[in-house]
Design a protein around this ligand. Structure first.
Ligand SMILES: Cc1ncc(COP(=O)(O)O)c(C=O)c1O
Length: 374
């Protein structure tokens, strides 16, 4: 492998979506052109086809395309009839939308800290947080790593709680051979462009095997109607755009291949970082086939390293620098300490990562990291 001196300066973005588009350009433009000719811009065959394909990919019966991952979470919670004061347990170490959806649906957020290795909800802390007001658990499969579902599902069953999975970062990930998004009552996916399955704008989906729940969500997402101009309840306008559905249908066929590439690139990163004692690479678990939405390291000198890499042309990200219990809207919630989330928020750094990232690019990044610590 070439040394740092053999690499000329490289500019490496955190995420590069351009290469993927070049690969799929003809197919996508042809599908979009067909859609334009048909003028079926809202709902219609492209949305139906994608919903069927996404449900089939997961082996579930129902998929409802919606406007975003945030809406997917919100609409599930609305359809589950969350009442004011109902407590929903989720993590403080996630994107804001997870907890935001709970509040918007009328629920009360109760935070549970995350596991220090998995970065997902720590089931060993769950039972202490359950009260007579608890109605459900909302785990997040963060960075593409499945949450530890078996102990969580057992606790949920014991206490008669529903589980809604936030799978917005984990399209195609497997826990004990089963796809995430198929464990709970329902699950939410985001198709934000940089996701493992990303649209060319906003998009999201709900998965469930519960026909009644699915019907409720279908009504809520479309002005309370299942039949046009027959509104049975007060709803919203949150439909998956037909253009996004057309793009997603094409991209879904490549998802497993891209996830394989992500796992391979992650292995290469970890191999290159072996021996750099100031850096902790993501741990892998034999019970899971994770999909590396992000490749996230931990390091004490996170901000200095990020600044150094930026100067060397390497873009990085912090997912997430402020745990949710420190964000103003949640500051007044009963103060608990979430030491793992707090520690992670100080140390995590996302390195450039996308399926098409090359070994040369990874080598450049890791050599610069070694240089920084030398
Ligand atoms: C964990 C998590 N939950 C929810 C969302 C919300 O998805 P969207 O941006 O599609 O609304 C995201 C998206 O970034 C996410 O990463």
């Amino acid at each position: 492998m070439p040394s740092i001196l053999e690499f000329s300066y490289m500019q490496i973005p955190l995420v590069d979506l351009k290469q993927q588009y070049q690969d799929l350009k003809e197919e996508i433009l042809s599908s979009l052109s067909e859609l334009m000719e048909s003028s079926s811009f809202v709902k219609g065959p492209k949305v139906d086809e994608f919903e069927k394909a996404f449900a089939h990919y997961h082996g579930v019966s129902e998929c409802i395309g919606v406007n975003s991952g945030t809406d997917a979470l919100f609409l599930i919670l609305k359809a589950l009839d969350v009442h004011p004061g109902d407590e929903i347990i989720t993590v403080p170490f996630t994107f804001f939308a997870t907890a935001e959806a709970v509040v918007n649906a009328g629920g009360k957020v109760v935070f549970c800290d995350v596991d220090p290795e998995r970065y997902t909800l720590d089931p060993s802390q769950l039972e202490n947080l359950i009260t007579p007001r608890t109605v459900g658990i909302l785990p997040v499969h963060l960075y593409g790593m499945p949450a530890d579902m078996d102990p969580m599902m057992k606790i949920a069953e014991k206490h008669h709680l529903w589980v809604v999975e936030d799978a917005c970062q984990a399209h195609g990930a497997l826990y004990k051979g089963k796809k995430v998004g198929t464990f709970g009552t329902a699950s939410a996916f985001s198709f934000y462009p940089s996701k493992n399955l990303g649209a060319y704008g906003d998009g999201g989906a709900v998965l469930t095997n519960d026909k009644k729940l699915s019907e409720k969500i279908r009504k809520l997402q479309d002005h309370g109607q299942l039949k046009r101009y027959h509104s049975e309840v007060i709803g919203y306008n949150s439909r998956l755009d037909a253009m996004q559905a057309a793009v997603l249908k094409i991209k879904l066929q490549r998802l497993d291949e891209w996830n394989d590439k992500r796992r391979k690139a992650a292995s290469f990163y970890t191999e290159k970082l072996t021996g750099v004692k100031q850096v902790k690479a993501p741990k892998r678990f034999s019970d899971s086939k994770e999909v590396f939405h992000l490749y996230v390291i931990q390091t004490e000198r996170r901000d200095e390293l990020a600044h150094y890499l930026e100067k060397k042309g390497v873009s990085t990200g912090i997912h997430y620098g402020i745990p949710l219990h420190h964000q103003p809207p949640f500051k007044n919630s009963k103060i608990h300490s979430f030491p793992v989330s707090e520690m992670l928020s100080q140390k995590v750094l996302s390195l450039p990562f996308f399926p098409e990232i090359t070994e040369d690019q990874i080598s450049y990044v890791t050599e610069e990291i070694k240089e920084f610590f030398s």
